[in-house]
Write a protein that binds this ligand. Structure first.
Ligand code: ADP
Length: 301
């Protein structure tokens, strides 16, 4: 197969590993800088141009679209879909997963366990908003945050009120979430490929921190997940319409709660921690499921 990897940087671990795994399995791998692709959307024959030439002959495309380039990245991916190229994850599903509120609403509609979460625009109703998520301690999250930045634990309602007021004053959209204390500063990353959890790791926050992000000094280790956690991760990826997803789960005393479903999950942490060849499993998924004109949505919301 001829496989495109949409990525801003060929030197990133995930991009390198996907190229390596694809080549090892006999495929032609081409890294395309997402922001350098340009397209003619008015033509009857959809095309993408790259470095002065049209892109042709691709069988599959692996989107590695960072949060900061979601809008343009999804447009490029949609163009690939319109050309009949098989996407690892569809543009519609990626766009959906990048909207945290919409994601939580979709997951809750299907009965997937989530931390109690509130969202509000007006600063008038802060007290009721805090009450709605069962009061302090609670977690406040900036909607556009990544890598744990903009995630604040408020021990008291007074602290929560001030923090909410501050974010609202800065015109930052936030959500307010019940604090899952019993998770003990740990979460579980389940890596889903084609409806199966193919690898899982536990991330533990460093001492004195509740955020387990590896970028915030958290450490990763192997973990055996329960059948309920496995089922939750698979269902969450399915609800989002993602073939490949990193599902982040908190262990609460009333079962697994999904925190986030990531549509471009990184390979480094999970491969290094589990010693599994996740990149090859992704390529194998394309080999088995790929084919021309198989996109379900073709960019339609
Ligand atoms: P980001 O997407 O920026 O990584 P997250 O929502 O994943 O933000 O939060 C970062 C970390 O904070 C999580 O990995 C988890 O360890 C911790 N955390 C987030 N929400 C809660 C919560 N409701 N209860 C307990 N811990 C939480």
């Amino acid at each position: 197969m001829k496989i495109a990897v949409l990525s801003r940087n060929p030197r990133l671990y995930s991009t390198r590993r996907l190229v390596e795994a694809g080549e090892q399995r006999g495929h032609e791998m081409v890294v395309i800088d997402t922001l350098r692709a340009y397209m003619n959307i008015a033509s009857h024959k959809p095309q993408i141009h790259y470095r002065g030439k049209p892109l042709e002959g691709f069988d599959a495309v692996i989107p590695r679209i960072g949060a900061s380039v979601t809008f343009y990245g999804c447009a490029v991916l949609r163009q690939f879909e319109m050309m009949g190229v098989f996407p690892l994850n569809e543009s519609v599903a990626i766009a959906r997963s990048r909207d945290k509120l919409r994601s939580l609403q979709l997951l809750s509609r299907r009965g997937i366990g989530l931390p109690v979460t509130g969202f509000a625009h007006s600063p008038d109703d802060i007290a009721d908003l805090i009450q709605m998520v069962n009061g302090a301690p609670l977690v406040i999250k900036v909607l556009e945050g990544t890598q744990g930045i903009g995630v604040v634990l408020c021990e008291t309602s007074t602290a929560a009120e001030s923090v909410i007021e501050a974010f609202m004053g800065l015109k930052q959209d936030i959500m307010v979430q019940e604090y899952i204390k019993e998770a003990g500063g740990a979460d579980i990353r389940c890596f889903v490929v084609g409806g199966k959890v193919i690898a899982a790791m536990k991330r533990q926050a460093k001492a004195g921190e509740f955020r387990s992000n590896l970028h915030r000094g958290g450490t990763a280790s192997l973990i055996k997940i329960t059948p309920e956690e496995r089922m939750t991760a698979i269902r969450a990826a399915k609800v989002m319409g993602l073939s490949v997803a990193g599902v982040d789960i908190l262990r609460s005393n009333h079962g697994p709660l999904v925190m986030e479903v990531n549509s471009s999950p990184g390979l480094e942490g999970i491969e290094v921690t589990t010693c599994k060849d996740v990149a090859s499993m992704i390529i194998q998924y394309l080999e088995t499921n790929g084919g021309p004109h198989l996109t379900r949505t073709k960019g339609k919301g």
